[in-house]
Design a protein around this ligand. Structure first.
Ligand code: TNX
Length: 511
């Protein structure tokens, strides 16, 4: 405790970070400002939830959010709270209210005030209210994260005033569903968990050498053949367009945007194995279930290739509301550099034709035709071209941000080519270590799944590191400190366990 007090004392002096009294919260990501009050709000079966939007549409959205809060609360507490339209200054109420903001206000910003009488969360948008609710839930005892009745718990919320908003607007993670396929339910489960830490983007790596995972109606063989296996020769799988839309909706309801990726020109064996016309000899390649990279390439000099990509982008654009479309671009080791440059330039224009902002892995930034209308996802420590061109970047440096890297030599899953990434290493970096602040769109932590085959294994690699990535994206660098974070993370262990997340119990943190 003295460590916390000491750190906050220093932080108060040095950074005008407002904290009074002792710290009673273990919120992750750490809010911009937390001012402890006196007393606490105690939730009981009479507590009422009120919602009031800036207009009818917002009120409807707030009703939906209030229902989610209500059902989250109901399992562990047994309370069946009532939700009303309007706002109330009565005792024992939780008020969710959006107010008109200027255009320039942050969508995710919120204010939370709790005292003995009531709780009020205000924001400019329902999204901001949703972020604030994640904070509220973390202020309650960790039993609130249970899915079954917890008896004898006082459901209190410490009195406080929190003003909060994120540093970066893109705080994402990625799941590679191509190397191993994961069901709709497994993806939803990951969405649920990540959204509690204010993660707001999920990038789905939908195609690679080992699998093509999204139904494309014009080319049924892409999934019939290309979706029929995975690394190790398992049965693979794919999402129908209806299932994909269902994931998009489920994520959007939790204020996570799904970003689809089709990786190319390399990492394309599954497509080459499905459609003969993509190959120089007109014949399908064999399916591939190993884990080598860099051996496949689309034909960059064939109009059939671009026609194919156009048709794929047309279909995905019709079902993906995100303004982004990820076009891959990594490890095209069997595509000559000139051909690669021509290809990614052309493909980025096809994405733009469908109204999308392309995102690509480095070295996409080195192609002459790629400019600041494309976003770089920077995974290797090289982005000079992007800097020169003033391209916005998502920072995903492999040695810091890769969720598939082992924690240490004993980690049973994952890879280690970029080194081990213990929980501490995962936390101790900042996107500005790699790019100037004005070019940072945000951060993303990718889970590649060559060696990750089940939901439990996915949990183990993602948690608890994702909490750190969530905080790096949300909380300014100047407000972050590993020793203090480790204490909050330890406290989060009970919540992760209550949610049934198979997280890595790093013995240096979870004593
Ligand atoms: C490199 S990172 C890849 C992926 C692998 C990953 C394994 C990147 C853009 N390409 O194809 O899955 O390493 O860590």
């Amino acid at each position: 405790a003295s460590l916390i007090v000491g750190w906050f004392a220093r932080s108060v002096e040095a950074k005008a970070f407002v904290v009074e009294e002792s710290i009673t919260n273990n919120i992750i990501p750490k809010p911009m400002s937390y001012k402890a009050g006196v007393g606490k709000f105690v939730l009981n079966k009479e507590t009422k939830i009120y919602v009031k939007g800036g207009n009818d549409e917002e009120t409807e959205e707030l009703l939906r959010i209030a229902d989610m809060l209500k059902s989250k609360i109901s399992a562990p507490t047994g309370f069946n709270l009532n939700v009303f339209k309007g706002s109330s200054t009565e005792n024992n109420t939780i008020n969710l209210e959006t107010t008109d903001g200027e255009e320039t206000k942050n969508n995710e910003e919120y204010r939370l005030i709790s005292n003995n009488q009531n709780i009020k969360i205000t924001a400019y948008t329902p999204e901001g209210i949703y972020r604030g609710i994640q904070t509220l839930l973390q202020m309650m005892p960790s039993d609130i994260a249970k899915n079954s009745l917890a008896n004898g718990v006082e459901w209190s919320v410490p009195a406080a005033e929190i003003n909060d908003k994120p540093q970066y607007s893109y705080r994402g993670f990625m799941i590679d569903v191509a190397r191993h396929f994961f069901s709709v339910d497994e993806i939803k489960r990951q969405i649920d968990h990540a959204s509690q830490y204010k993660i707001n983007r999920l990038h789905l790596h939908l195609s690679d050498d080992q699998g093509w995972r999204l139904e494309i109606k014009k080319y049924p063989d892409l999934t019939l053949i290309g979706g029929s296996t995975e690394v190790g020769g398992g049965k693979g799988g794919y999402y129908t367009q209806e299932q994909f839309k269902n994931i998009v909706k489920y994520a959007a309801d939790r204020y996570i945007e799904i970003i689809p990726e089709f990786d190319m020109p390399g990492h394309t064996n599954a497509a080459l194995a499905s459609l003969g016309f993509l190959n120089p000899d007109g014949k399908r390649k064999p399916l591939y279930t190993g884990i080598e990279v860099g051996f496949s390439s689309l034909m960059t000099n064939s109009e059939k290739t671009y026609e194919f990509i156009d048709n794929v982008f047309k279909e995905v654009s019709a079902i993906s509301p995100s303004k982004y479309l990820h076009i891959g671009g990594d490890e095209a080791l069997s595509t000559p550099k000139n051909d690669y440059d021509y290809f990614v330039g052309r493909v980025s224009k096809i994405a733009q034709k469908y109204g999308k902002t392309p995102i690509g892995w480095d070295p996409i930034d080195t192609a002459p035709e790629i400019n600041s209308s494309t976003i770089l996802q920077n995974w290797q420590d090289s982005n000079e071209a992007a800097r020169k061109k003033n391209m916005m970047m998502n920072i995903s440096i492999a040695g810091k941000a890769y969720l598939d890297m082992k924690y240490n030599k004993d980690t049973p899953y994952g890879l280690d080519w970029a080194g081990y990434i213990p929980v501490e290493t995962a936390y101790k970096w900042d996107p500005t270590d790699y790019a100037p602040q004005n070019l940072v769109l945000g951060i993303e932590s990718p889970l590649w799944t060559e060696n990750v085959a089940t939901g439990e294994q996915m949990d183990y690699m993602i948690y608890p590191r994702l909490l750190g990535y969530a905080e790096i994206g949300w909380t300014p660098k100047s407000e972050r400190n590993w020793e203090e974070y480790a204490i909050r993370l330890r406290a989060q262990g009970a919540r992760l366990a209550n949610e049934g997340i198979n997280f890595y119990r790093d013995p240096s943190i979870f004593k």
